[in-house]
Ligand binder design. Structure first.
Ligand SMILES: Cc1cc2nc3c(=O)[nH]c(=O)nc-3n(C[C@H](O)[C@H](O)[C@H](O)COP(=O)(O)O)c2cc1C
Length: 353
């Protein structure tokens, strides 16, 4: 029998009832202080038919917050809020992992609690602006370079966020290691000018990410931990002299830790063949992403290129995406104006077919 999008799957210790994964999407609906709420609970409940939901990026500390109204996973109230969400997803038979996202230098102090600093491997400000509720578009904060002893504290934040994610009922966690955020800032030569053991050589630039991955795996084994990458992604002013070498080094070491899955954003036109690199240096258990159509995803599963496929934008206006595809129903289009606004409009307001 050929594998298709509806073939159930075991990824490490994660159980997926189909291979249609919901990609992580920041939607800026959390309450003040990074608290998940009832609106988010309804949003995720509506999408529980996915084989696995990967949550929006969740900060492991107040310093890890960067965008407005994004959630955290670093205090008891946040854990309780997420628990209500995972309970709702589980009641519908779904599986959900928490994407742990520390933005590093991609941040404005307007979007985080007073006193939470903006930190990065090196004191190099990201070009570009970021939206804030308080003051509209703002330049990115100038980051402070982490002192070497602070790096261990950040690794510890990821470990604690993993413990908190499991306490909140998440089935697993995903390390967000792309899009110019803190892990990617450590990996890349453009953002990492350190001269200690966290900078310089490729092994040194990979050290932070590997320590974080190991810390997350140390909580309850590798079978509940995934990682998301996109070699040569220039998003948020990121640049690396040789992303092929950087990610080959990273993946060889990550593979030895045997995580549940690798989530890769393909990037046609980049300097690296992302899917090829992942197949060569990570192997099986690949979730592919970025602009896949149904037909393309089916082909990638059938020919063994991917193990599962994640879809982001389709899930925005099609909460019951797997069911629509199963029944051959037409997909709805989403309204780009309400991606990051407040309230239910353009969030929980899209009906099932
Ligand atoms: C509104 C929106 C928010 C996103 N937020 C995140 C995020 O928090 N973490 C992440 O890794 N990717 C994020 N992404 C990227 C998506 O996960 C995905 O890679 C992208 O939408 C391409 O997949 P698609 O073509 O199926 O939509 C976001 C994308 C969108 C459209």
């Amino acid at each position: 029998m050929t594998t298709d999008l509806f073939t159930p799957l075991e990824l490490g210790r994660l159980q997926l009832r189909n291979r249609i994964v919901m990609a992580p999407m920041t939607r800026s609906r959390a309450d003040e202080a990074g608290l998940p709420n009832a609106l988010m609970q309804e949003y995720y409940r509506q999408r529980a038919g996915a084989g696995m939901i990967i949550s929006e990026g969740i900060a492991p500390s107040a310093a890890g917050l960067g965008y407005c109204r994004t959630p955290g996973l670093y205090n008891a109230e946040q854990v309780a809020g997420w628990r209500r969400i995972t309970d709702a997803v589980h009641a519908e038979g779904g599986t959900m992992v928490a994407q742990i996202m520390h933005v590093g230098r991609v941040s404005s102090h307007y979007n985080k609690p007073a006193g939470a600093g903006t930190v990065a491997p090196s004191a190099i400000t990201a070009k570009g602006e970021i939206y804030t509720d308080a003051a509209g578009m703002q330049p990115m904060d100038a980051p402070r370079a982490l002192a070497i002893e602070e790096i261990a504290e950040v690794v510890e934040e990821y470990r604690q966020a993993t413990i908190n994610a499991y306490a909140a009922g998440f089935d697993g966690v995903e390390l967000h290691c792309t899009s110019g955020y803190l892990p990617a800032q450590f990996l890349s030569t453009g953002t990492n000018h350190r001269d200690d053991q966290y900078g310089g050589s490729v092994a040194n630039r990979c050290r932070f990410v590997l320590e974080v991955l190991q810390a997350m795996i140390g909580v309850d084994g590798p079978g509940r931990v995934g990682m998301r990458i996109c070699p040569d992604n220039p998003f948020n002013d990121l640049s690396d002299a040789d992303p092929g070498e950087t990610f080959e080094t990273l993946l060889r070491a990550a593979r030895a830790m045997d995580p549940a899955y690798l989530h890769v954003i393909r990037m046609p036109g980049g300097r690296v063949d992302n899917l090829g690199l992942c197949r060569a240096h990570f192997g099986e258990r690949l979730i592919g992403n970025d602009s896949y159509t149904y037909a393309e995803a089916e082909a990638a599963l059938a020919n063994g290129e991917l193990t599962a496929v994640s879809f982001g934008r389709y899930f925005i206006a099609n909460p019951d995406l797997p069911q629509r595809w199963r029944l051959g129903k037409q997909l709805a289009d989403f309204d780009p104006k309400t991606l990051y606004t407040q309230g239910e409009e353009g969030y929980t307001s899209y009906p099932a077919a």
